[in-house]
Write a protein that binds this ligand. Structure first.
Ligand SMILES: Cc1cc2nc3c(=O)[nH]c(=O)nc-3n(C[C@H](O)[C@H](O)[C@H](O)COP(=O)(O)O)c2cc1C
Length: 325
């Protein structure tokens, strides 16, 4: 079995999969900013793609992960790993193979999704209750795809509580997962702070690379998370959308001020997607999150929230903006 430790010979920094948030456009913008600030993401993980009773066709992958058309990388060269969610061994394995044939450089398996519809169909975090199923899914996909393609897993600490952590870790390890990402909360914790970084530490004894995730909003959090979780490898989620310079700030203290961020917001708004109506909503979603990271975003938000067209929003964005009091 191929060993992927060499990918971890420096602390890796990953952009988290976030369905409806880190879509291909947002991935492109955030990975570009990181690249321009001198600390590119090592990779990003796609939003989950759900696999049910049928193997997914190629076009589903190309729609969700259009980066597959450009060597599996964003414009700035950041690899995108394809994340699958499901519990059907055959269709998961066949779908993983399709993704690999399309050029996916790695497959990640989602065992963290808290969504009711997904959990009711025995997908996502509910599988943490049954480590033997986790094992079966990971090993089935692992055995189906070529050994040089990493197959990783992303989990939470448990479903209702953390009592099955040990069994979950053993299942992931014995299924030969290439590495493991741990979101330091249970499904029941949802997205409520805190994240229990110290609970990640026992997973580092498994002997496979462990990536810590959850509630990293600034460089201090990154430092504490790495210390408490006993792993230097971090995945950044909402914090990376709120402060797109977070990765650079963790790396060497670099920041991107509001004026510096404006061109990237304009690039977002100028995207030539077919879904121009959706673009306005998605930009508003991003701006709403930016209000937590930039005081200037708050003043802009007061204006933009009433605007309906992309042109009006672009016009507002291009006006000089001052930090709100
Ligand atoms: C809107 C949203 C969508 C998410 N979608 C996914 C997903 O598709 N796959 C996944 O593994 N995790 C998903 N997550 C979880 C994140 O990857 C991450 O584990 C979580 O947000 C904790 O990190 P953070 O506190 O840094 O945001 C999602 C989180 C959010 C907020």
């Amino acid at each position: 079995m191929t060993d992927f430790h060499h990918l971890f010979n420096r602390p890796v920094r990953l952009l988290a999969p976030m369905e409806g948030l880190t879509d291909p456009l947002m991935r492109q913008i955030l990975t570009q900013i990181a690249y321009d600030l001198g600390r590119p993401y090592d990779w990003a993980v796609s939003e989950f793609i759900r696999v049910t009773h049928y193997p997914l066709p190629a076009h589903t992958f190309l729609k969700s992960v259009p980066e597959l058309l450009t060597d599996g990388k964003t414009k700035s060269g950041t690899p995108i790993h394809v994340q699958l969610l499901g519990n059907n061994l055959e269709t998961m394995s066949q779908s993983a193979m399709t993704a690999v044939n399309l050029g996916a450089s790695a497959i990640d398996l989602n065992f963290g999704c808290p969504a009711k519809t997904v959990n009711n169909h025995k997908g996502g975090s509910v599988l943490l209750e049954e480590p033997e199923i986790l094992y079966a899914i990971i090993s089935s996909v692992r055995n189906a795809v070529p050994s040089e393609i990493p197959v990783s897993a992303k989990i939470r600490l448990g479903y209702t509580d953390t009592s099955k952590m040990y069994e979950i870790g053993q299942a992931v390890k014995s299924a030969n997962a290439s590495w493991l990402t741990v979101h330091a909360r249970t499904k029941v914790d949802g997205y409520k702070p805190p994240a229990y970084w110290d609970k990640i530490a026992p997973f580092t004894e498994l002997g496979l690379p462990i990536i810590a995730n959850g509630e990293i909003w600034n460089a201090d959090h990154a430092k504490c998370c790495a210390e408490q979780s006993a792993t230097p490898h971090l995945m950044l989620g909402r914090g990376a959308v709120t402060r797109p310079d977070l990765i650079a700030n963790i790396h060497n203290g670099a920041t991107l001020d509001w004026q510096g961020l404006v061109p990237y917001q304009l690039a977002f708004l100028h995207d030539d997607t077919d879904n121009q109506g959706g673009l306005v909503g998605r930009y508003k979603q991003w701006l709403g999150m930016l209000t937590k990271g930039y005081t200037e975003a708050e003043s802009l938000w007061q204006i933009v929230k009433k605007l309906k067209t992309k042109d009006d929003i672009i016009h507002a964005l291009m006006q000089p903006m001052h930090p709100s009091a």
